[in-house]
Ligand binder design. Structure first.
Ligand SMILES: [Zn+2]
Ligand SMILES: [Zn+2]
Ligand SMILES: [Zn+2]
Length: 456
């Protein structure tokens, strides 16, 4: 997500449960406002072919979407129910020129949007449960059980706390609610009276991949393979060694520290904890300088490993090392964390995160999975499984890390809703260049700076 701070227009971010009538309201206001005054309704880019009845979005194929995402052409992007959604970075230009912009947003992406752009005006289109139930029944697309689930989700959606949130009740007919919506978009002063009481925030869990490469990263110094040449030219193809950030609202948990710019990324005492999978240098190297600064000690969880790495135990600085055993569980910032053993040349733990918004397992480095871990995961049913896969399919059994063949086997066995591969080496990137399309639906490759939000 990119943000232009010099903007002078107002950004309206409209959210609402399915069936709330948000799209009809958007169309109503668009047809009356979009060609007059200084207000623009942003088209969404979606990987869903256009429908006659539906939203007037711009269709992109999965490949086109990925390509634009890599080039940084989206102001914001997210995934929901297997589709990719994007708002183009052209809205920066409109805002900078003093135009107000109306965006059809996603609840799951709201917390990030507000972090990046605190001045965003959020509009929640809400409907009473009874009216929504009637509308969904009339639409006749789902079974009564599915409808009740939807209604439950719609209730959860209303648990939003933000000082700039306006709730627009859409129980009335379109002409009346539409007029109200137009009033909100065109008349800022009438907003004060319409603020709901504050409710507890319910932020979804989110993972940001800071580094997705193996120890040498991509490009490998001096290498002339296709992947390394590409990464030398286009920065978005570069891979730093492994690190990831799990976030819930303002709480940040760092997993591993392969990236070297931690001081820049976390200048204040902003980390709730650090979780180390193991003590290989490509997973802890960013901590060598990071440990010397900050006011507060940071709990740094790690597997039991007498050696550690270099002088960490002797000179921990702000790192408060706490060792963990397989299948320990504990809470950090409202997330339940469970450790699972992995197979590697050093004692290594994977971390499983459980939160109302979903279950995330982060497993690297590992060659295969111990029987106990595979059994735990089959039973636990992760929504998102992040797995070490360093190599393309290979003749010999790979050492210390998975190859694609092994990753496919675990994808079939554990059946996560989605699986992402990380700790990727340059030869795998070369292989993926020709074979990425052959991967089964739900199995994807991550790149540095990708963000995935869990939503149920
Ligand atoms: Zn590694
Ligand atoms: Zn290479
Ligand atoms: Zn390792």
């Amino acid at each position: 997500m990119a943000m232009n701070n010099a903007q002078s227009g107002k950004l309206f971010y409209v959210i609402g449960a399915s069936g709330s009538g948000k799209d009809s309201l958007m169309n109503f206001a668009r047809s009356r406002l979009a060609s007059v005054g200084k207000i623009i309704f942003a088209h969404r880019y979606i990987t869903r072919p256009p429908e006659v009845q539906g939203e007037n979005h711009v269709y992109l194929s999965n490949e086109e979407f990925k390509h634009r995402k890599k080039q940084g052409f989206f102001f914001m992007h997210w995934e929901s129910h297997g589709l990719c959604y994007g708002i183009g970075s052209e809205i920066n230009l409109w805002l900078a020129n003093g135009y107000d912009v109306v965006v059809n947003g996603s609840r799951a992406y709201l917390s990030t949007a507000l972090e990046e752009c605190p001045e965003t005006q959020v509009i929640l289109v809400s409907t009473s449960t009874e009216v929504l139930r009637k509308r969904l029944l009339k639409r006749n697309r789902e079974t009564p059980e599915e409808i009740e689930k939807r209604l439950h989700r719609a209730t959860l959606l209303c648990n939003i706390e933000h000082r700039q949130l306006i709730t627009l009740n859409n129980d009335a007919d379109l002409a009346q609610s539409g007029a109200e919506f137009i009033k909100i978009l065109t008349n800022f002063d009438s907003r004060e009276a319409n603020k709901p009481a504050l409710r507890p925030a319910s932020n979804p869990m989110q993972i940001k991949f800071l580094g997705t490469g193996n120890a040498p990263g991509v490009p490998v110094r001096g290498c002339t393979c296709d992947a390394c040449i590409r990464a030398n030219t286009i920065t978005s193809y570069r891979r730093e060694p492994c690190a990831a950030l799990v976030e819930i609202g303002p709480a940040k948990i760092l997993i591993d520290a392969g990236v070297m710019d931690l001081k820049k990324r976390f200048p204040e005492d902003t980390l709730a904890a650090i979780l180390l999978t193991h003590f290989h240098p490509d997973h802890v190297q960013g901590l060598f300088s990071f440990r010397w600064g900050g006011r507060e000690k940071i709990d740094t969880f790690c597997p039991v490993d007498a050696e550690g790495c270099s002088d960490f135990y002797k000179n921990p600085g702000i790192l408060n090392f706490k060792s963990l055993h397989p299948f320990d569980d504990f809470d950090i910032a409202g997330i339940r964390v469970t450790t699972v053993p992995l197979v590697h040349s050093r004692p290594t733990l994977g971390y499983c995160f459980e939160h109302p918004s979903g279950k995330l397992a982060y497993l690297t480095d590992t060659e295969g999975l111990p029987q106990k871990t595979a059994a735990f995961l089959c039973n636990w049913k992760p929504d998102l499984l992040v797995l070490d896969c360093s190599y393309p399919p290979s003749e010999q059994i790979p050492r210390n890390h998975n190859d694609i063949t092994m990753a496919l086997k675990f994808f079939a066995e554990i059946k996560p809703k989605k699986m992402l591969l990380t700790h990727i080496g340059h030869q795998l990137d070369v292989w993926l260049n020709n074979h990425e399309r052959e991967l089964p639906h739900g199995l994807e490759i991550v790149r540095d700076n990708d963000v995935v939000t869990l939503e149920r």
